[in-house]
Design a protein around this ligand. Structure first.
Ligand code: S6P
Ligand code: ZN
Length: 228
């Protein structure tokens, strides 16, 4: 009797599993893929601008040739040495749709003529991709420009501030202080970089030091201003 009861209980439980088994074979239920744990955690130094496990990119002054308006000032600075201009260390824990990457940036302080030290600036290759910038230390600004160049915006990037860069927007980081500007950028893994348009036409505005304060000025106005 007990044997019969046990057998039918086992049979019942097997039969109850069958619909689930059939369903899961037809539906593409993706397993949860957790990438290697080491890539999920990074320690960063908000003052030194380092990020554990990051892959580094360095830009020296010579890499910025053609980006600053005052070419004489640029050449004379370069004659003093091809110093590090900024460093970026990026972490890519996962790839594909939905994945995020992040990077820490360390942009050194200084000026070329009146223009503050800045990054090259770029669009994302996947134009729709937005990005969050989070200021960690130092004082700076983000220069944003619409794809057709008709709209520009200058936003402060300082410790404890976040700047959202919408998709389809060129973005450049500018150090307006006296110490390195350290920030985090968090962006879709598929964003990519498109430097071409900016390398060719640059941003329509420059950010220059006027009486010790950063001022956004139309590039053409600056070029014709006799300020350098
Ligand atoms: C990436 C993100 C940042 C920049 C970094 C350097 O989407 O915006 O990590 O790569 O600020 O700037 P740039 O213009 O030389 O890439
Ligand atoms: Zn970006």
């Amino acid at each position: 009797m007990v044997f019969l009861w046990l057998t039918s209980a086992i049979l019942c439980s097997i039969l109850m599993q069958i619909p689930t088994f059939i369903l899961s074979s037809f539906l593409t239920i993706k397993p949860i893929m957790i990438p290697n744990a080491a890539s999920l955690h990074s320690a960063f130094d908000p003052v030194m601008g380092t990020l554990s496990g990051g892959s580094p990119t360095e830009r020296r002054l010579s890499d910025m040739s053609g980006y600053y308006a005052d070419t004489k000032a640029f050449d004379s600075l370069l004659a003093q040495g091809d110093a590090l201009h900024y460093a970026v260390s990026a972490v890519a824990p996962a790839e594909g749709e939905g994945a995020l990457h992040y990077a820490i940036g360390n942009l050194l302080p200084g000026r070329v003529g009146r223009e503050y030290f800045m990054t090259k600036g770029h669009f994302h290759a996947w134009r729709a991709a937005g990005e969050y910038y989070i200021g960690l230390s130092g004082e700076g600004v983000m220069l944003l420009e619409s794809e057709d160049g008709t709209e520009s915006l200058l936003l402060p990037l300082t410790a404890n501030a976040a700047v959202y860069v919408p998709g389809y927007t060129a973005h450049r980081t500018i150090n307006t202080g006296d110490v390195p500007l350290i920030y985090l950028g968090i962006y879709p893994a598929q964003a990519g970089h498109d430097y071409g348009a900016i390398a060719e036409r640059n941003f329509r505005h420059v950010v220059v030091d006027v009486d010790g304060k950063p001022v956004m000025m139309a590039r053409e106005a600056y070029m014709g201003s006799g300020m350098f």
